[in-house]
Design a protein around this ligand. Structure first.
Ligand code: ZN
Length: 398
């Protein structure tokens, strides 16, 4: 079950930022973790489209390693026999976004992989395009769910797979602004004034968290589809769902799909990861990112006002029932209510217990409620607390 728990974590971890890459496929997908062990793919489950040159020796070697990937990826934490990562994400997390894509929402094998194409690259490398599709009643793999490019590298140990991000962005424009290194999609026009604004915000966060500045890699994309493509996807179920979004990833990287060179919300997550580690309370983490960096390109004060009006119009609505950051729901198009509630809670804690109190809760692990209780905040009274906080002047956070 470890693998499936990881999947749940992954599906949960990335959507958090209305992320292009990681919006939850559906709440059903997240909650339908099977009670029994899932079936796994075998090496022979990979089909090869007719027309793919399987006789070429390098192609044959690349195909063999791709088969190993499908057979081993969920069965062993040791990835070195088939994967060589240029990605900073550790171990199997380097391919977490394709690790489970053959399963349906009930964790049954449904979308089987087919190798569609092999392209030759420099130095004997290969690009392998794989689609995952369910077969219809005629046996045709027509219901295509994902299409992804694997990069097969030639190494001293033989061919190994990698995701193609580095390859895809190799010749993209680079811009350096202080500790920010921008990697700019050809579809996005770099805006120097936004980068300067971002640099100032990073300095502000450095002061707020009491953490020295550190190098950040900022990928600037035109939109989420552009972001998905760079990360290897020709097709992903969430590729065209949102007009904007982004994510913070391992290696102090931010992927911005909002056509802007500033995305402070995501950068807050880099700081909270540094300061509080991986086990952070979601409601506080998304709340603080929204308080300090806004969300969906709008500042905290804007979301706060939307939430205030929404709660006035819906006096029986209980915010305590909307503290799961993965059950997103939006009001006024761009205000994600659980994020806004988290932000108001963080503002309240700052007002009541200062940064020291807030940081103590942030550092208390994934469940914040015991630490919040020490500050007199209990979940059953969250609605009263949030409504009261919303009537106070907006908290200025320094
Ligand atoms: Zn976020």
């Amino acid at each position: 079950m470890l693998a499936f728990r990881l999947q749940v974590l992954f599906l949960l971890a990335l959507p958090a930022c209305r992320s292009a890459g990681q919006e939850p496929v559906s709440t059903a997908e997240v909650s339908s973790v099977p009670a029994s062990e899932p079936a796994f793919l075998t090496a022979s489950d990979l089909s090869i489209r007719s027309g793919v040159d399987t006789l070429d020796a390098t192609n044959a070697e690349a195909i063999a390693i791709l088969r190993s990937f499908f057979e081993l990826k969920l069965q062993s934490q040791n990835i070195t026999s088939y994967w060589v990562s240029t990605d900073p994400a550790p171990g199997t997390l380097a391919f977490a976004d394709i690790a489970y894509v053959e399963y349906d929402e009930h964790a049954n094998l449904k979308y089987f992989p087919t190798l569609m194409r092999i392209a030759s690259l420099d130095k004997g490398d290969r690009l392998l395009t794989v689609k995952w599709a369910a077969t219809d009643s005629t046996g045709t793999a027509a219901d295509v769910r994902y299409v992804f490019d694997f990069l097969a590298h030639r190494t001293d140990e033989g061919m190994r797979l990698d995701r193609p991000l580095k390859h895809n962005t190799l010749n993209w424009q680079r811009e350096d602004f202080g500790d920010l290194r921008y990697i700019v999609s050809p579809l996005h026009r770099f805006q120097q004034e936004q980068a300067l604004e971002q640099e100032l915000d990073v300095q502000r966060l450095s002061r707020f968290f009491g953490i020295a500045m550190f190098p950040i890699t900022y990928y600037s994309f035109k939109d989420p589809a552009d972001l998905f493509r760079a990360r290897g996807f020709h097709l992903h179920p969430l590729m065209f769902v949102h007009e904007t979004g982004g994510l913070a990833d391992y290696g102090d990287r931010v992927f911005s799909g909002n056509d802007r060179d500033a995305y402070t919300h995501e950068i807050v997550h880099l700081f909270t990861t540094r300061k509080f580690g991986v086990e952070r309370p979601d409601i506080m983490d998304e709340g603080l990112a929204t308080l300090l960096g806004g969300s969906s390109g709008k500042p905290y004060a804007w979301h706060r006002e939307n939430l205030r009006r929404f709660l006035k119009e819906n006096p029986t609505f209980d915010p305590a029932g909307s503290t799961n950051m993965y059950n997103q729901f939006f009001i006024d198009k761009d205000t994600n209510v659980p994020y806004a509630i988290g932000a108001v809670l963080c503002a309240h804690i700052l007002r009541r217990a200062g940064k020291e109190g807030l940081f103590k809760v942030m550092a208390s692990g994934t469940d914040p409620w015991p630490a919040l209780a020490e500050l007199g905040v209990v979940k059953s009274e969250l609605g009263t607390l949030v409504r009261a906080e919303l009537e106070l002047p907006v908290m200025e956070v320094e």
